[in-house]
Every structure is written in C-alpha cells, then in structure tokens.
Design a protein around this ligand. Structure first.
Ligand code: SF4
Length: 580
C-alpha cells in the first residue's frame, strides 16, 4: 500500500496481469491488422478503457455472431466452445485473450464433465466468465451465488465445484461448506485467482484503517463491485466511482483518512486521476504553510520550471567534469531549451498526459496559450544565446530543436511493411531522443562555446553520463505510465520487454555507468570529480530501489525525487568547486 499523507492507495489497485495480457494482445492485433479489430463483448469491464481502445480501432461487439469477416479477440472472460466454433466456422481470425486462469477453470470443468460430473459454479449467473464456463459442462451445470442456493440444488451423485475467478473469498468458503454438507463427495477446485484474493484481502485491511474507501472501476465490473461490497461490510463509508468527475467534493472532505482501491480492469491512469482529485479537494480544504509549499512545488514540476533549473545545475556539473568555463549563458541555454521542448511536446501530446499525468493535462488545458507563448519565446531566446557562443554552438542548438520539435512530425510516408512515419513511431525511441537532447545542450554547447579548447574524451564521458542519467529517469517514468502508454499504443521499453525486464535493464545500466566513471578516473581520462559523480549514480540506484519497493510510485514525490538527481549532481559540483 502506498501512503500518500491521509490518502492511501492499495498496492493491488488496477490492472491484473490477465487484463494487461489481454490489452497487449489487442494492441498487437490492431497493429498488425489492416482494418478494424473486434472483441467478443467488451475486452475488459471498464468503459473508459473501452473508449480508448475504440480510438485504436478495437471495437467491442455485444456478440460477434453476425460478423462475417475480420479479426475477433476473445476477451479475458473466455467464451463457450459453441461460440468459439461459430467464429471459426465463419472464417474469422481469432486471437484468444482468455486469461490462462479462466482457461484452467474451463479445463477442470471439461475434464470432469467427460467423466459424468455435474458442475456447480459459485459466481454471478449471467456474468460473461460464468456463461463461458457453463459451456464446458456438457449441459450439467448449476450456478449459485449464496449458501442458501444449495438447498434448491437437485440430488447429484458426482459433483465438481469451481468458482468464478473473481468470487468473494469469504462468501466462497461459506458456500463450499454448505455444498460439502449436502454432497460430501464433491470434488472442490479452488479457482479464485491469486490477484483477486490479494486484492480482496488488501481492501479488507485498508477499509478497517480508513474512514472512507473509494473504489474505482466500471459499474459493470463484478470484481470492482465485490471490492466495494467488502469495503462497505468492513465498516468504511464506500464510494464506487468510474471517474474522478463522480467524486462528491462535499462528501470526500468530511473524512480524515481516505483509502483508494480499484478493480482488475481499472487503468492506473484512472486511479491516478481519482487520487489527484481527492488530494486536490483535500488540499483546497487545508490552507496552511505546508499546503502552500506543496502547491508551489507542484507548480514548479508541472510547468517544467523545476526541470529547467535542474538542467542548469546539470550543466554546471558537466562543465566541472569537462573543465569547461561555466558562464550564465551556459546555464541559461539548456534551461530554456529543455523548458520549451518539454512544454511544447506536452501540449502536443495531451492524450498521453490525459492518461498518465492528469493534473499536468489540466494545467496545460487551462493555460495552453500562455504556456505555448512562453515555450516559443524560450526556444528562440535559447537559440539567440547559443548563436552568441558561436556558429557551432548555434548549429548544435538547431539540430537539437529539430529533433525535439520534429519528434511528432510525420517525416516519412506510412509504408505497409514498416509502419514508421514519425520519429515517435520508432519503438522505445522517446527516451533515447530525450537523453540526446540533454547531452547536446548540457555538454556540447557549453564546450563548443569555448571555441577549440574542448577535450573530446572528457566530452564523451560527460555526454554518456548525462545521457544515461536522463535515459534512466525517462524509462522509469515509462514503467510508471505503462498502462496508459499501452492504451495509446506507445512502444516504450517496459512495453517491449516487460516491467521486471526493464528494472533489470536499468540496474545493468547503472552498473555500466559506474564502471565507466571509475575506469575514466583511474585511467586519467577524467579528473577526480568523476569519483564524486558516483554519488549521483548511487542516488539514481536509490530511487530505482525506492520505486521497486513502492516507496515512491507516482505524484509529486516521484517527480521531485527523479528531478532531484540533477539538483544533487549540480550541488556536488558546487561543493567540489568551493572546496577546491
Ligand atoms: Fe485473470 Fe485473475 Fe485477472 Fe481475472 S482477475 S483476468 S482470472 S488474473
């Protein structure tokens, strides 16, 4: 559970792995298919996520029985064998996103049905998963939702019991006891999935610690409804909302401690939007000094002013490492360039901010005019300053601008085989371009401004150092944003190699960077300040570990910690220079 002041967000809130897998399958299918892709019923029970999928030409059909051609994705809940056969007979291409855990339950029912067993399914009659499971029971299935329903079951000699994977764990135990009383020989398969169990256990614990629980998720989602029910029964005032717009401000500010959880089909960005709205409402209620400091810090982060200041400090550190003179222009150019690039790209790419950083999106929606103007002036001012350092510095600035601004421009026609027509379409390219931009303005331009006194080896070391710190920061943000990015089809490193693979990859990069600095210092390529910069690498390793342990996960603390590496590195250089 991540504790954010008085707002606690359940660790298990949001997409389970079965849903993540289904979205990956759907996105890959859409990418490799000409024309629309259909899902047999909504892929997941979340209207906002379904809306996003429609934007990617993935449409939910109530049922695909009338579809004559095309590609159909079977959703996480699975379908009956008859439905599957029907889709095949009509020549439709089927991509199966049935959760493997649901498929396992189907297999259990099928195996026992072949041996003549009757199947009792503990779950919600009419739910898509249950309907699919019934199809494997050779017509001998009974769906029950309460212990009282057992009385109405007919006499049966061979009984197999399974549960809907998202069944209420408490209720399940009571119902199984009742079944065992009536059918002592019943074969009981515990089929509630681990993700569901963990989520329910956590909501029970959290609901007992807080005064109010907000459960985020689709009203048509059984597991979301179940979480709300468990929270309510545990004594917390419970609100089930699909979006942050549904929060009642007057109701929320009444409670001292608020908990948030979400169903397995709720995207992380929706949870974040609800959390930010709750914090915003509660922040408005409090108006103390601490709240003002927090608001100022939020403004600095959201507007990218904090990042611009970090860039100036990072430049100072690079100048210290490369023995370059640091003048005010050397600090102002990267600050102005990076401020303008981040602001302009954020305004141009509002869709992903809507998903991943809703407060940022709201900020830019309200102030897009003045922020656009400030960014353009800043870009132009940065260029004027770079040009004043000489032709080469001005040239590097222009190239960096073209790459930074042209990232989302359609440079190439869309080929059928290679679907890359913008730099943005190159998989995992964003982080590389961001790192290159930082390296260009914080290392190359100040050195080129010195006109001929630069040491290429030192420049290369500083460039790699800066590129790597920025790259790690950027990829970690991608891990945070993986759900939102998935839905807009952005191919980041975590989407390509998975969250855990990315963490290992980042850890290896940290080790590689430390090795490079030590080797450079030991071989005399770099001065002893290179050893000091190992502390910046330690800082980076620490925040990666914090993220891994969920000590930081999102929001202001996350942003400040990540931007902090530039401040920390700059501070090391200032102390080093002062001590020299
Ligand atoms: Fe699979 Fe469990 Fe997620 Fe359902 S809740 S999709 S069974 S992992």
């Amino acid at each position: 559970m991540s504790d954010n002041g008085e707002v606690k967000v359940a660790r298990t809130a949001g997409f389970c792995w079965g849903v993540k897998r289904a979205i990956d399958i759907a996105m890959n299918t859409a990418k490799n298919t000409d024309g629309p892709v259909y899902t047999h019923g909504p892929l997941i029970h979340n209207p906002q996520a379904i809306e996003m999928l429609e934007g990617k030409e993935i449409f939910a059909l109530k049922d695909a029985s009338t579809l004559e051609k095309g590609t159909v994705i079977i959703r996480t809940h699975g379908v009956t064998p008859e439905v599957r056969r029907g889709l095949k007979e009509r020549g439709l291409t089927i991509n199966d996103a049935t959760c493997p855990l649901v498929a396992k339950v189907q297999g259990i029912i099928k195996k026992h049905a072949h041996k003549g067993y009757h199947t009792i399914i503990i779950g919600d009659a009419g739910h898509a998963e249950v309907t699919g499971l019934m199809g494997y029971a050779d017509g001998r299935s009974h769906v029950i939702g309460a212990a009282e329903d057992v009385d109405a079951l007919p006499p049966m000699d061979k009984v197999c019991v399974v549960a809907q994977t998202t069944c209420d764990i408490q209720k399940y135990g009571v119902i199984v006891d009742a079944i065992k009383l009536k059918y002592p020989e019943a074969v009981v398969a515990h089929t509630i999935c681990d993700a569901t169990e963990e989520r329910q256990e956590e909501v029970l614990k959290l609901a007992r610690e807080v005064d109010a629980m907000i459960v985020v998720g689709g009203r048509n989602s059984a597991n979301t409804g179940r979480l709300a029910q468990i929270a309510g029964e545990a004594g917390a005032e419970t609100f089930l909302v699909e979006t942050e717009e549904e929060l009642d401000p007057a109701a929320i500010v009444r409670f001292a401690r608020v908990g948030i959880t979400a169903g397995a089909s709720t995207p992380a960005w929706m949870i974040e939007r609800v959390k930010e709205r709750v914090e915003h409402l509660r922040g408005r209620k409090r108006a103390g000094f601490g709240a003002k400091i927090k608001a100022a810090a939020e403004l600095a982060v959201v507007s990218n002013i904090s990042l611009a200041a970090g860039a100036a400090l990072m430049t100072y550190a690079n100048c210290t490492l490369t023995n370059t003179d640091f003048g005010w222009r050397a600090g102002a150019i990267p600050a102005m360039y990076l401020f303008s690039m981040y602001v302009l790209n954020q305004i141009n790419d509002m869709q992903s901010y809507k998903n991943n950083e809703p407060e940022k999106m709201r900020f830019y929606l309200k102030r897009s005019g003045p922020m656009n103007m400030a960014a353009l002036l800043s870009a132009a001012g940065g260029f004027a300053l770079a040009a004043s350092l000489g032709m080469q510095a001005g040239g590097v600035y222009v190239v960096a601008m073209i790459l930074g601004l042209g990232y989302t421009v359609k440079w190439f026609p869309k080929w059928k085989v290679i679907r890359i027509h913008r730099l943005k379409d190159i998989p995992a390219s964003k982080d590389v371009f961001v790192g290159l931009g930082w390296g260009a303005v914080t290392v190359l331009i100040p050195a080129l401004g010195q006109q001929g006194e630069e040491n290429p080896n030192l420049l290369a070391i500083a460039f790699i150092f800066t590129f790597t710190l920025v790259y790690i920061r950027s990829v970690l943000s991608d891990i945070r944003d993986i759900n939102g990015d998935r839905l807009v089809g952005r191919e980041t490193i975590p989407i390509l190699i998975g969250n855990e693979g990315t963490k290992v990859f980042l850890a290896l990069i940290v080790v590689g960077l430390a090795t490079m600095l030590v080797s450079a210092a030991m071989s005399g390529l770099a001065g002893p300040f290179a050893y000091v910069l190992l502390l910046s690498i330690a800082y980076t390793a620490l925040y990666l570990w914090f993220y891994h342990k969920r000590i930081i996960s999102r929001g202001l603390r996350f942003d400040l910690t990540l931007d902090g590496v530039f401040y920390f590195t700059g501070a090391l250089a200032i102390i080093w220079t002062a001590a020299a």
